[in-house]
Design a protein around this ligand. Structure first.
Ligand SMILES: NC(=O)N[C@@H](CC(=O)O)C(=O)O
Ligand SMILES: [Zn+2]
Ligand SMILES: [Zn+2]
Length: 345
């Protein structure tokens, strides 16, 4: 096959940031995706409906003319979040989901949740109205090895939470382990997972072998090869519980290339090329639409996009810039470490 046409994909987990950085990265998402779930971990975070409305307005004002793109807003769950504010924001269509960051788990998560008991009223309200909870699924206990934090979260936090509120619809974000894949596959209902572009393509060697490579560092950190293969299998299977969330998370190069570099990989610019390569390698191009365009809307109760995108296989490897320039500084683009032959027609 030399080309494939699929409904225009959506990105079910995206960091657009704010200000000059947002202006720099938004055009790439708006070009290649119809909609995206916009992560709320700004500084300060997007906590209330008013915050979400103001952030959505800033995104819409920064959107290049002629590009149709719908930001699907989320609220950052804190121990002070008001269940009524959340419910109202959802009912009005302003907000699609709520995001749970365990405090300290990842970039800009210090305002996150320390004690789940404190947010039970919000979660119960969400379960009652069918509003999804997106979760960064890692424990923050310093005693737990960083490569085990997702698996331990599933056993000690997610499973108890799902037993406590079985009606709550949960998106386990950026799943990185076979434990996560198995757990989602074992769930009868109300659980789905996003998978990033980069976790399908790299394992932890990309970060640590042959010198430390900060542009491959993200959270959850990439795991060993067997986990990557489990993610590939889940993503390319067509299983409706798995869909694309790029977790494209731009940081300017000086904040990545330093003694304590930020976590996050910028992939919104080359995700479609990378994904087509992955699905071709796994002989699963027929399931690319399910993963990138169909399973996500089904989970979020939205229509599949009517616009389509055609991906073409070129004989020669395709290229893109190593870095993009933003008003805040340069941002390095994800290098998948193998030749990519696919591009948007
Ligand atoms: N994925 C990352 O490594 N970083 C994200 C936060 C997140 O999604 O955990 C960021 O905001 O930079
Ligand atoms: Zn996260
Ligand atoms: Zn993220």
């Amino acid at each position: 096959m030399v080309e494939i046409t699929i409904p225009k994909p959506d990105d079910w987990h995206l960091h657009l940031r704010d200000g000059a950085m947002m202006e720099g990265v938004l055009p790439y998402s708006a070009r290649d995706f119809a909609r995206a779930i916009i992560m709320p971990n700004l500084v300060p975070p997007v906590v209330t409906a008013d915050d979400a409305r103001a952030y959505r307005d800033r995104i819409m004002s920064a959107l290049p003319k002629g590009l149709g793109f719908t930001p699907l807003m989320t609220l950052y769950l804190t121990e002070g979040t008001d269940p009524a504010d959340v419910a109202q924001a959802h009912a009005s269509g302003l907000v699609t989901a709520v995001k749970l960051y365990p405090a300290g788990a990842t970039t800009n998560s210090h305002s996150g949740v320390r004690d789940l008991d404190k947010v039970m009223p919000v979660l119960e309200k969400m379960a009652a109205i069918g509003m999804p909870l997106c979760i960064h699924g890692e424990v923050t206990d310093p005693e737990v090895d960083i490569f085990d934090r997702e698996a331990v979260f599933i056993d000690t936090v997610l499973e108890p939470l799902r037993r406590r509120i079985p009606e709550l619809r949960i998106t386990l974000e950026h799943v990185t382990t076979s434990n996560g894949v198995d757990y989602v596959m074992g769930a009868v209902a109300n659980l789905a997972a996003t998978i990033t572009t980069h976790h399908l393509m790299i394992n932890r060697n990309a970060i640590l072998a042959g010198g430390i490579k900060p542009h491959y560092y993200c959270l959850p950190v990439a795991k060993r090869e067997s986990h990557r293969l489990a993610l590939r299998k889940a993503a390319t299977s067509g299983d409706a519980r798995f869909f694309l969330g790029t977790d494209s998370a731009p940081h300017v190069d000086p904040l990545k290339e330093c003694a304590c570099g930020c976590a996050g990989i910028f992939t919104s610019i080359n995700t479609h090329s990378c994904l087509a390569q992955v699905f071709e390698q796994d002989d699963a191009l027929d399931n690319l639409a399910a993963f990138a365009s169909i399973n996500g809307p089904a989970w979020y109760g939205l229509p599949v996009n009517t616009e389509t995108v055609t991906l073409v296989r070129r004989d020669q490897p395709v290229t893109w810039p190593d870095k993009i320039e933003t008003g805040d500084g340069p941002v390095t683009v994800f290098d998948p470490l193998l030749p990519i032959h696919w591009e948007i027609a």
